[in-house]
Design a binder for this molecule. Structure first.
Ligand code: IYR
Length: 222
């Protein structure tokens, strides 16, 4: 068994005052992130998307297996195919598969089965989780904590998108197998999230949501 090499960790040295300042600035900036459903077709360069994907792939993962693949799609025909397939599933969801309670919970968001943003946004990023990997001889290699790892990578992806001045929507048309077929993905990969990325449309509106205050999301044991 090969032995992992260790190297010195190079800390980002900041003092307590700067730490407090930076943590507050960061929260205020991150709090501005919103999911949007109205995108502009204004192009976004491939280089920006490359940096965003590299940022997402800095996420921690079980045994550092990095069990994710990101498909970045700007091709209009493929976006069209994805929109058509997503809308077919969503039509069924909204008309028969979703419960009345679910539909009621979604009412404030004014969503429906139509997904024009899948063609309008300049990029679609489809995140796949890899339940296992394959070596050169086709032997299965284990991955661990796959959902946790890919969830973390997606969180970092969304932050990187926000940092680049762009917006996203974490979209989960269900079921999502059509993405594996359209993108011709290998059988060890499962679609995890479909994320349109771009600039917001002029006059883009978002629901007036409030985030839970700290008291409701934390318990302290000091
Ligand atoms: N996937 C559907 C429905 C939907 C479900 C949830 I939970 C949302 O937060 C938003 C939408 C759609 O995208 O319309």
């Amino acid at each position: 068994m090969s032995k992992q090499k260790f190297i010195p960790y190079k800390p980002v040295n900041i003092d307590a005052t700067e730490s407090l300042y930076k943590s507050e600035i960061y929260f205020n900036w991150l709090d501005k992130r919103r999911s949007i459903r109205e995108f502009s077709s204004k192009p976004v360069s491939k280089e920006v998307i490359e940096n965003i994907l590299k940022s997402a792939s800095t996420a921690p993962s079980g045994a550092h297996k990095q069990p994710w693949s990101f498909c970045a799609i700007s091709n209009p025909e493929i976006k069209g195919e994805i929109r058509k397939a997503a809308e077919e599933e969503e039509y069924e969801n909204y008309h028969s598969r979703m419960s009345d309670v679910w539909l009621k919970d979604l009412k404030p968001f004014e969503t429906n089965w139509e997904k024009p943003f899948l063609e309008i946004a300049p990029w679609l990023i489809v995140v796949f989780s890899r339940s296992y990997d394959m070596d050169d001889l086709g032997k299965k290699l284990n991955n661990y904590y796959v959902k946790e790892s890919v969830g973390l990578a997606c969180g970092m992806l969304l932050t990187a998108i926000h940092n680049a001045g762009l917006c996203a929507l974490t979209h989960t048309p269900s079921p999502m197998n059509f993405l594996s077929n359209i993108l011709n993905r290998p059988k060890n990969e499962r679609p995890f999230l479909l994320i349109p990325v771009g600039y917001p449309a002029d006059n883009c509106m978002v629901p007036d949501l409030q985030r839970k205050p700290l008291e409701l999301i934390s318990e302290w044991y000091e």
